[in-house]
Design a protein around this ligand. Structure first.
Ligand SMILES: C[S@@+](CC[C@H](N)C(=O)[O-])C[C@H]1O[C@@H](n2cnc3c(N)ncnc32)[C@H](O)[C@@H]1O
Length: 281
């Protein structure tokens, strides 16, 4: 019997993922077929008319089983592209999100030399900021040792020498001052967790929610920023779209002044930028 072509397998896969309720079955099926064939996604169209070897067909079937059970594509292929670079991801880290690139854009809009990333996860924020500006260095903290192992692997893979990673409750195990402090903390309120998309069940709970009102990390980060920011330094945090006012109020109460609230590409509030308030303000 001749092996089925890529086109035939793809058509069946799209139908299967659609029936499983996957939001963009065509995109996911193509990405998974490229992974099974061990080729770059951009080459898939070229090879679709060719027969798929049995081993690749078996890998594709296994990948479709996992995706149908709502496991994220990034976990199945083990990689997620963020700001143009491929980051290793696993169940131990948050899957880097496109909206977090808003924070990167904000950080790159001004100079920095020494960065502290609180809750670094895969390391995607810290490593991107260091790789985009030569001569910079930085520290990433996380309360999860398995997450830090992924961040270190990404630093090695991407050849980022200036990054160090520290097991720490926010900044408690960190010394010194930084001219840029960044964080994308867990900001989903416990009460909102049951309504989330099924794919989020594959991500670490401690990366998604603080188990409370979704704002407790910002209280800790405000204290950390006051202790860690060098004079004139900037604090940039990612927020949920409804949290700008509450986070600014937390920052103001701690002695930080909000200087900008930046939207993501969908126009939703996504990043709060703050600095230490001048005396008397
Ligand atoms: C939303 S994820 C962000 C990961 C990564 N920075 C990103 O943007 O993809 C939040 C991260 O904060 C970490 N975290 C949660 N509580 C923490 C704490 N008390 N101290 C340090 N890190 C913490 C989680 O383990 C998780 O890796």
């Amino acid at each position: 019997m001749t092996a089925p072509t890529g086109s035939v397998l793809l058509a069946g896969a799209v139908a299967r993922l659609r029936a499983a309720g996957i939001p963009d079955p065509q995109r996911d099926a193509r990405r998974l077929l490229a992974h099974a064939l061990e080729i770059a996604p951009g080459r898939l169209t070229l090879v679709l008319p060719e027969p798929v070897p049995p081993a690749a067909e078996a890998r594709f079937a296994a990948a479709l089983d996992r995706r149908s059970a709502r496991e994220p594509v990034s976990h199945i292929v083990g990689l997620r592209t963020f700001w143009g670079r491929d980051f290793r991801v696993s169940r131990d880290v948050l899957d880097p999100r496109p909206e977090t690139e808003t924070l990167i854009e904000a950080a790159l809009s001004a100079p920095y030399s020494n960065v502290l990333d609180l809750g670094t996860g895969s390391g995607c924020i810290l490593l991107t900021l260091l790789l985009e500006r030569s001569g910079t260095a930085g520290t990433g903290t996380d309360i999860s040792a398995p997450a830090l192992a992924v961040a270190r692997e990404n630093a090695d893979r991407l050849g980022c020498d200036g990054a160090r990673f520290v097991l720490s409750d926010w900044d408690t195990a960190v010394e010194g001052r930084f001219d840029l402090v960044v964080s994308n903390p867990p900001y989903i309120a416990e009460a909102e967790m049951p309504g989330l998309a099924p794919d989020l069940a594959f991500e670490p709970r401690g990366a998604l929610t603080d188990g409370g009102d979704g704002l407790s990390a910002y209280r800790a980060i405000a204290r950390a920023a006051l202790a860690r920011l060098a004079p004139g330094g900037r604090l940039l945090v990612e927020i949920g779209p409804t949290q700008a006012r509450a986070v600014s109020a937390i920052f103001a109460g701690a002695g930080l002044e909000t200087v900008a609230i930046r939207p993501d590409l969908d126009g939703r509030d996504r990043v709060v930028e703050a600095r230490v308030a001048a005396p008397g303000t």
